[in-house]
Design a binder for this molecule. Structure first.
Ligand code: ZN
Length: 492
């Protein structure tokens, strides 16, 4: 295992902390996954890619990681509140489907999109609806601790009572007085002692199609409960990392903390990590802005906002070009710049693969690998890793242009640098990155072979054959360029 220098910004303590796992060699990580009632969009891509990169890095450092990413398929009501229709049930009603049919359909498409983005599957992907019994047991513990009450068949968390013993709002930095002043009395809240209280169990209205028996009523669990319950079930009553988008910090994660402190007597999570949000042309993404673009639409270009299709690797690379705690603004211009930048790195890698080692190097390269580790150790600074890879590309391009001599060891370590950081850790998959790629190897080999025959023809002064090959390749769309060290080609 590599020496442990990893620091992560803990949202709870508001500082970067050295990462020390609770159990040596093991990491437990829980990330709030999607509510599956529609196609995945950019908002889903960012946390998935952020925590995938962290997952990859922790494993690379030698930790055995149990990564739990849940699927919300029940209890997430409209407006993220305690009233309104269940998001999954509403979709089922509108499309005349069984709720679990809705869940399966969008879970399949979520998995397809995640696989396209080269997001590794988590170790466990538990569904809220598969853990109703555990959630009921969890509610009983909160009731026994005195921090919840039953009201007309529903069970609510008593925020005021909890706050008297434990500070409520410490993650999001809110306090109960401000919250109270800013909370409107909504319909249906007459069941609650206080508008800030949140549902642990809701009695199902007659038209509500997803419900289960419980000691209190035929109903369904509150949205925040599944994460406390499944986090404890699969990672233990304290675990290392809990992640998600910043939009989940309040109320979702704040309520999770309150639930675990109430049921377990202590915080469950050591490091809270939140990724920042995405905007599109400076605006929040949403149906009302007409800029709601699904991942499939990005991949196909089939949306009025998009001037072209973007490969999943361009989306991934673009997201990783920003630090996960910074906002990211999507625009066609920015994505096109990312596409160009990624292709530059991949071109450099292809040149590197063809580079003939010099018997003696005439240069000392910086320790790029050390710089990349330092960047990732610094709260997962992926833009800095990309900057180092660009520095390394400069050396590769100079060597390919004959301006620099690199020996076999230097070429080997540059290859190792790209393989480790660009492909394994940033998760860029060459085959999906647009032009060229790993699945193009036989095709590339065939073009290289033709150019080799052309060289032999030239050496033999067989100009007719040499010209024929060059002209025919040009007609097929290949740019062939003679360089000092040989020949380079590119498909236009
Ligand atoms: Zn959650």
């Amino acid at each position: 295992m590599k020496a442990n220098d990893l620091t992560l910004y803990n949202t709870l303590t508001r500082e970067k902390q050295t990462f020390v796992p609770l159990h040596e060699g093991h990491v437990g990580m829980y990330v709030c996954g999607p509510t599956v009632y529609g196609d995945a969009h950019l908002g889903h891509a960012r946390p998935a890619i952020t925590f995938d990169t962290l997952f990859r890095y922790l494993r690379h450092l030698g930790y055995k990681v149990r990564y739990v990413r849940n699927i919300t398929d029940v209890g997430h009501l409209e407006q993220d509140a305690d009233e309104g229709e269940d998001k999954v049930a509403k979709k089922a009603r509108l499309e005349a489907l069984e709720p679990m049919e809705v869940v399966q359909r969008y879970l399949n498409s979520y998995h397809r999109d995640m696989e396209a983005l080269n997001v590794l599957p988590p170790s466990i992907e538990p569904h809220a609806s598969g853990h109703i019994i555990e959630q009921i047991e969890y509610i009983k513990r909160i009731l026994e601790a005195g921090y919840a009450y039953e009201s007309q068949g529903s069970v609510y968390f008593d925020v005021e009572k909890f706050n008297a013993d434990h500070p409520y709002g410490k993650l999001s930095g809110r306090n109960i007085e401000d919250l109270q002043n800013n909370t409107r009395q909504l319909d249906g809240q007459h069941e609650k002692r206080n508008p800030l209280d949140f549902a642990l169990w809701k009695k199902a209205a007659p038209e509500h199609i997803m419900h289960w028996p419980s000691p209190w009523s035929e109903g369904f669990p509150g949205w925040h409960l599944e994460c406390s319950t499944m986090g404890e079930k699969y990672l233990g009553d304290t675990f290392d990392i809990h992640g998600g988008g910043m939009d989940l910090m309040f109320p979702h994660h704040e309520c999770e903390i309150a639930q675990s402190v109430a049921a377990q007597g202590h915080d469950a999570v050591k490091y809270w990590i939140h990724n920042n949000m995405i905007t599109i042309d400076g605006k929040k993404m949403g149906k009302s802005y007409n800029n709601f673009i699904t991942l499939e639409q990005f991949f196909s270009g089939d949306h009025p906002f998009l001037t072209q299709a973007y490969s999943p690797m361009v989306i991934r690379f673009f997201i990783l070009q920003a630090h996960y705690r910074s906002t990211v603004d999507f625009s066609n211009e920015a994505l096109q710049a990312a596409e160009k930048a990624l292709n530059k790195l991949l071109d450099a890698y292809r040149r590197l693969e063809k580079l003939e080692p010099a018997p003696r190097s005439d240069t000392t390269l910086p320790d790029f690998e050390k710089q990349c580790y330092a960047a990732l150790d610094d709260d997962l600074n992926t833009p800095q890793v990309i900057a180092v890879l660009f520095e390394a590309s400069k050396a590769i391009n100079s060597a390919a242009a004959g301006e620099l001599k690199l020996d076999a060891a230097q070429i080997g370590s540059l290859k190792h640098l790209f393989d480790t950081f660009l492909f394994d850790l940033l998760g860029i998959r060459m085959a999906d990155a647009g032009e060229g790629g790993a699945d193009m190897a036989p095709f590339e080999g065939a073009v290289d072979l033709l150019l080799q025959i052309r060289k032999q023809a030239k050496d033999a002064k067989d100009w007719a054959t040499s010209d024929l090959i060059r002209d025919q390749l040009a007609a097929l769309g290949f740019d062939v360029k003679d360089t000092k060290t040989g020949v380079e080609w590119k498909l236009r």
